[in-house]
Design a protein around this ligand. Structure first.
Ligand SMILES: Nc1ncnc2c1ncn2[C@@H]1O[C@H](COP(=O)(O)OP(=O)(O)OP(=O)(O)O)[C@@H](O)[C@H]1O
Length: 216
């Protein structure tokens, strides 16, 4: 399945943020988004998900336009930058709602076996984020959007999630944005740099230096 979001144009208070941005994602591939703070990465993910209305965009799946808000199709899951779990929800209930198996989770995250009967607010910020990323990644959808999943994670957790991302991409398309550019370059099959309100395809760290995203 090929997902394309094309001609994305959005303004906030008459100020252009994106003009003619384009991103492609594909089943079996991870698409990485890089860009400076405020370059429009989260906005593009929200536009794709359907919770932010741009001036213009065209979303296509296998070349066919999708006109309704994408999240209403239940084919997409998104991890936003803000916390996803309601503070009072019991962790086992969250797994039920997402239709994800807690046993599989605790066999990978052994140190979190005991959280099953706790409420989200009783866990650390990082522990909540681990559960949120896992639930969104494992959800039975065609495409997963991850907005800064690594921000609160220790290096070991980033490594674990990189492996889970590689497993999950065999069944779905994954779009990920994060400021840990080395992790993004490593796990992504395709990378776009958000710059000058556009999206540019990049393949290496050298491209990022040439495009002045990284210091030379
Ligand atoms: N609801 C909003 N109202 C006004 N301006 C907004 C709104 N949402 C985003 N913006 C502006 O749009 C620009 C792009 O924001 P966005 O969150 O998409 O960037 P980003 O690339 O994800 O940044 P970061 O890496 O810092 O998370 C920023 O200048 C931001 O201030």
């Amino acid at each position: 399945m090929i997902f394309e979001i094309d001609n994305v144009e959005i303004y906030f208070d008459h100020k252009p943020i994106l003009k003619a941005a384009y991103v492609k994602a594909e089943t079996g591939k991870v698409t990485g988004l890089l860009g400076r703070n405020g370059s429009g990465k989260s906005s593009l993910l929200k536009i794709l998900f359907g919770t932010l209305k741009p001036k213009y965009k065209l979303l296509r799946i296998d070349k066919k336009p999708i006109l309704k808000r994408f999240y209403t199709t239940e084919r997409v899951a998104m991890l936003p930058q803000f916390p996803l779990l309601p503070p009072r929800i019991k962790i086992e209930k969250a797994f039920d709602i997402y239709n994800v198996d807690f046993g599989d989770f605790s066999s990978v995250f052994l140190e979190m076996t005991s959280v099953k009967h706790q409420r989200a607010r009783e866990l650390s910020g990082g522990q909540q984020r681990i559960i949120e990323i896992y639930l969104v990644l494992k959800r039975n959808v065609d495409i997963v959007l991850l907005d800064e999943p690594f921000a609160q994670l220790s290096p070991l957790m980033i490594e674990k999630f990189s492996e889970i991302i590689q497993q999950e991409k065999t069944k779905k398309a994954i779009i990920i944005t994060d400021h840990r550019y080395e992790a993004i370059l490593e796990i992504s099959d395709e990378v776009y740099l958000f710059q000058n309100k556009q999206t540019l395809s990049v393949t290496s760290k050298n491209d990022l230096i040439e495009m002045r995203y990284l210091p030379g």
